[in-house]
Design a protein around this ligand. Sequence first.
Ligand SMILES: [Zn+2]
Length: 398
Amino acid sequence: MELKNLKEHTRTLATLAESDTEVISCYLALAKGRLTNRNAFDEQVRSLKLGLTGKDRSDFETALERIEAYLKTEVLPDAKGIALFSRSGAEPFFLPLQFRIPLPNWVAVDTTPNIYHLVELKDTYHRYVVMISTEESVRILEVNLGAVTEELWKERPELRKRVGREWTKDHYQNHRRNRTEKFIKEKINILDRLMSAGGYGHLILAGNPRMTAGVRDELPKHLLTKLVDVVPAASKTSVADVVEATIASFIEEEERDSRLAVDELVQAVNTGGLAVCGTEPVFRALERGQVDTLILAKAYEPDKGWQCTVCDIMNVNREEPEKCPECGASELRGFEVNEEMVRLAEREGCEIEVVEHSDELRLLGGVGCLLRYRLPEEFLLGPGEPSHVTVHECSAGQ
Ligand SMILES: [Zn+2]
């Protein structure tokens, strides 16, 4: 699975029209082509089934059969995680997605697909280029959603073989020094061309520390700004292990990006800028399509919201009443607020940042967003009013 495809699939899922049949969303960890915890999956399915009766139950069972059939025959041997979305009924839908990164074991049934885990995955693993340099070889790889998807370039100079055959040792040493410099310059040219042709935004250098230092010193400015990290590796380290190390480093970098987004949010909130925070204000901004970037704490767990299925109003800050306060209908349904937030954000094409640890974000209610614009009626704070009013609203929203 590549990032580009994941983006498309997430959008498909976020915009899937509801039918009168519910969708099973299922995230599973895999090892060697099998579920790592079959019992937990069976248990989750059993408890979901208990809550369903009549047609809902038979629809659920039909959708589940499709999932089971797929798991039996289609799981890739090197997949570490799979997400499956299945709906039966008059408008059937089925989408399986396999990954080389683990996913949590989690099953749900709802009117729309649950995409939160996919969004989190998309935010954590991007695509980037790794250049592995040793004294003997240079390899340039593309890593996409945690897996090497393409060897972009490889060279193993045959230089060493010539020692003793044609050259004296001194001649060789001298030649090697000059050659290393030239070698590095050539490789950087290749790297530059590959990165701009592939539209890559991130680079990690790995390998022999002397070689990576040499490469780093020679990087032109526009590549230096794309450099995420330099990861030392002994020449005997396997490519798989080097890539593993770069993934860890990349995830740390992604966390730094997330914290920068939080800083921007805090700054905007404290100065009455283009941002809101807390469950209710963020939800409303998403509904109005005002959001540029949605920022969620990984630990953000708001109470359930509810929606009236007759007049469609949605509420995220009051307990579910007996009857809809707008139209008086009693057909209300509960929904997961963070799921609905990421779904709205995906539909609008917003950036989404999922933040691992942040006390600042926790104090703001665990969720916030940077806005594209403000509605006229939202210019309520006069210039003389203290900015902490905005902050106060935030804590009240949670
Ligand atoms: Zn209503």
